[in-house]
Design a protein around this ligand. Structure first.
Ligand SMILES: O=C(CO)COP(=O)(O)O
Length: 125
């Protein structure tokens, strides 16, 4: 168990630039929390925010979304920021759906676009 619940960061490929920019903009607020991310997203965030500590899990299509779902179930994730691409079919769509389902089951705040993420982050500050 982590001391305080982590912020989970995930972005589909077409949304990774946007999430990297979001992370850069809100780096200070996010640095106060443990950050977990799916593999490729985590690499992009690390590049955009050097020095920000990020626990990188597996890439989404290889189980990363499910790992984040498991962390929600164990109480280790308190906020999910997931920039979803609504225009591209994903082979691991069932994993994405399972992650969203667990966030709903455990009543974890989950931002699926930037406007919501901006608002949720304000509630942490
Ligand atoms: O596919 C993803 C979410 O469903 C994200 O995974 P990556 O961060 O490894 O690209």
């Amino acid at each position: 168990m982590t001391v305080k619940p982590s912020i989970a960061l995930i972005a589909h490929d077409q949304k990774k630039d946007d999430l990297a920019d979001f992370a850069r903009t809100h780096r200070q607020a996010m640095a106060r929390y443990p950050i977990v991310a799916t593999g490729t997203t985590g690499a992009r965030i690390a590049e955009a925010c050097p020095g920000l500590e990020i626990t990188r899990l597996k890439s989404g299509p290889l189980g990363g979304d499910q790992q984040i779902g498991a962390l929600i179930a164990t109480g280790d994730v308190g906020l999910v920021i997931f920039f979803v691409d609504p225009l591209t079919a994903m082979p691991h769509d069932v994993d994405v759906k399972a992650l969203m389902r667990l966030a709903i089951v455990y009543d974890i705040p989950m931002a699926l676009n930037r406007a919501t993420a901006e608002n949720l982050l304000k509630t942490l500050a």
